[in-house]
Write a protein that binds this ligand. Structure first.
Ligand SMILES: [Zn+2]
Length: 284
């Protein structure tokens, strides 16, 4: 099995201090021996799946992880057949009420249409830019800074939040790379969102892009899935965020300490031009 399973409810019971400082250990469980009330599954980058057995919710949809060379030769595209095989057979995902797309960069949204076709009863939530990627699937457009809805047993709040800043060189290189892959549809991220998920077993905050800042002071979360992609940019280019405080410390303060999170799961750390497998490469 190529994905990592994380027990949310069990970990939340074990760790109760508000300002918990995590150790290096991230709890994982063998799915054959533990049946938690609610679990989350890492499907690569910030693509996550949550289920309690009755309801299912996905955040982001990037599953066709072709190599960079293949993307340049063939143009980046969703492999509809692979998406269905990966989700239904390899990941055994049979229940999906909704998908929330955080923004339209390809590493978050490439497979949104394929996921919608694979699970035709699921509703896809996304920005205007995300909706433009869809045809003949169920969707609802996110147009407000804060949107709340219920899908199955999940109460979902989608919060507009900034994208992580890119360095000067990244701003120069990435559009050219994107164009070389034929990825114009994914060049503009559109509005960017984080996702809070309330469930009777646990509350969850997903921050797909490491740009989470002020404005949501009343959020609480047992578990934070914390995007760390490009978070080191501040170290590469001091002053990038143009403020007096350490951006990474502020991010941790807002995302973890202020939410009283008990478990933090880093996401968007992997090199995403390769398949999800047991041993994955980190990005840079
Ligand atoms: Zn992005």
């Amino acid at each position: 099995m190529s994905s990592i399973r994380l027990t949310i409810s069990l970990a939340a019971m074990l760790l109760t201090a508000c300002a918990y400082q995590p150790s290096r250990y991230i709890p994982t469980v063998d799915e054959s021996t533990v049946k938690p009330d609610l679990y989350g599954r890492f499907l690569g980058t910030s693509t996550l799946y949550f289920t309690d057995g009755d309801s299912g919710l996905m955040v982001d949809a990037y599953l066709t992880r072709e190599s960079l060379l293949s993307n340049i030769i063939n143009d980046i595209h969703s492999d509809r057949e692979w998406v269905e095989t990966f989700l239904k057979e390899k990941s055994a995902i049979s229940i999906l009420n909704a998908v929330v797309i955080s923004h339209t960069h390809f590493d978050h949204a490439l497979d949104v249409q394929s996921v919608g076709e694979t699970y035709p009863d699921a509703t896809i939530y996304g920005s205007e830019q995300t909706i433009q990627l869809l045809s003949n699937v169920k969707y609802k457009e996110l147009s407000e800074p804060k949107t709340q809805f219920t899908e199955g047993n999940f109460k979902v709040t989608v919060l507009r939040s900034p994208h992580v800043e890119k360095t000067g060189s990244q701003k120069w290189v990435e559009p050219k790379l994107n164009a070389a892959m034929g990825g114009e549809a994914y060049a503009d991220p559109g509005d960017v969102y984080s996702v809070h998920i309330a469930h009777p077993a646990a509350s969850i905050l997903v921050i797909p892009s490491a740009g989470y800042l002020a404005g949501y002071n009343d959020l609480e979360a047992d578990v934070v899935f914390m995007g760390i992609g490009l978070l080191s940019n501040e170290l590469r280019q001091p002053g990038l965020y143009n403020n007096d405080i350490d951006y990474i410390e502020e991010y941790w303060q807002k995302a973890v300490l202020d939410t009283c999170a008990k478990v933090v799961v880093p996401v968007h750390w992997d090199y995403f031009f390769s398949e999800v497998r047991d041993k994955m490469r980190s990005g840079r």
